[in-house]
Ligand binder design. Structure first.
Ligand code: CP
Length: 302
């Protein structure tokens, strides 16, 4: 039976931990430049991205190639989507070409789940609207595991545009599954209704977000998903919500700063943090390849 990977909500914590443990091994192998078991030999992976991406699309392609797959990247801008073809018809067309995996990113929440109903291929969610970005959370959790030995018991502060962030939502479910505590802070216009009910602790000040935190995660300001400008200016955003060295003094010793990328330099993360070894955004990128390899391995074995 095919297995899809659409979200972290409801994930079995043991399966999640196994993915993270395997990610650690694969990340070390990547850094050492080792070759990998070609568990996707003879398989084909299609990336179908209706939204822009550098990290996610390239790391899925790299991961699939490391494991021996053939990779086809559909450039939506040059595809029959521009002639009005629907998501369903596009997916079925790719499926009939014997795609084994379809990695999809779409602006509409729920699009990967809808697509999964129509195709034989395993569907992997590369980010859908405001809903989920589950493989981003995998790589984030794997990065935390590398720094702290595990995720259980950590306090993670997520700062910024919580309302529009599929990264924040997926991290929440992953962190909860593994026993971490999640705090959030951001402009009131960027805080979803009912945040406390979802299990987030909503901080009353930027200082509260940093105090006692092991991980401070900034989120990109997502102008493409906002109905109208929700912040007065980038400079003001940085002054009130930016991650900087002074604020990091409030965090726990050994605390790290994460960001899913792409970063608006000097906005979510102040310029004084670039070059500071506590900022691990580039390490996250390598974990992105390893996490997607671990996921492909698991799905191929299902
Ligand atoms: N973090 C992330 O999803 O980055 P891309 O948009 O570059 O894929």
């Amino acid at each position: 039976m095919k297995r899809d990977f659409l979200q972290l909500q409801g994930i079995d914590p043991q399966f999640l931990q196994a993915l993270l443990d395997r990610t650690q091994e694969l990340e070390r192998a990547i850094v050492r430049g080792e070759t990998h078991r070609r568990v996707l030999d003879g398989k084909s992976v299609v990336t179908l991205f209706y939204e822009n991406s550098t990290r996610t699309r390239c790391s899925f392609e790299t991961a699939a190639k490391f494991l021996g797959a053939q990779v086809v990247n559909v450039s939506v801008a040059n595809s029959s989507v521009q002639k009005g073809e629907t998501l369903e018809d596009t997916a079925v067309t790719l499926d009939r070409m014997r795609a084994d995996f379809i990695v999809v990113r779409h602006a509409m929440s729920g699009a990967p789940a809808a697509l999964a109903r129509y195709v034989r291929a395993s569907v992997v969610n590369g980010g859908d609207g405001l809903h989920a970005h589950p493989t981003q959370a995998l790589l984030d959790l794997a990065t935390m595991q590398r720094h702290f030995g595990g995720v259980s018991g950590l306090t993670v502060a997520i700062i910024g545009d919580i309302k529009h962030s599929r990264v924040a939502r997926s991290n929440l479910y992953g962190l909860q599954a593994l026993g971490a505590r999640v705090k959030v802070y951001g402009p009131a216009t960027m805080m979803p209704a009912g945040a406390e009910r979802m299990g987030w602790h909503v901080c009353g000040s930027i200082e509260e977000a940093f105090v006692g935190s092991d991980v401070v995660m900034g989120l990109r300001i997502q102008t493409e998903r906002q109905q109208c400008g929700l912040i007065p200016s980038a400079g003001e955003y940085n002054r009130f919500y930016g991650i900087n060295q002074a604020r990091m003094q409030l965090a726990n010793p050994g605390a790290i700063v994460m960001h899913p990328g792409p970063v608006n330099r000097g906005v979510e993360i102040s310029r004084d943090m670039f070059g500071d070894e506590r900022l691990v955004k580039d390490e996250q990128v390598t974990f992105g390849v390893a996490a997607r390899m671990a996921l492909f391995e698991a799905l191929a074995q299902a």
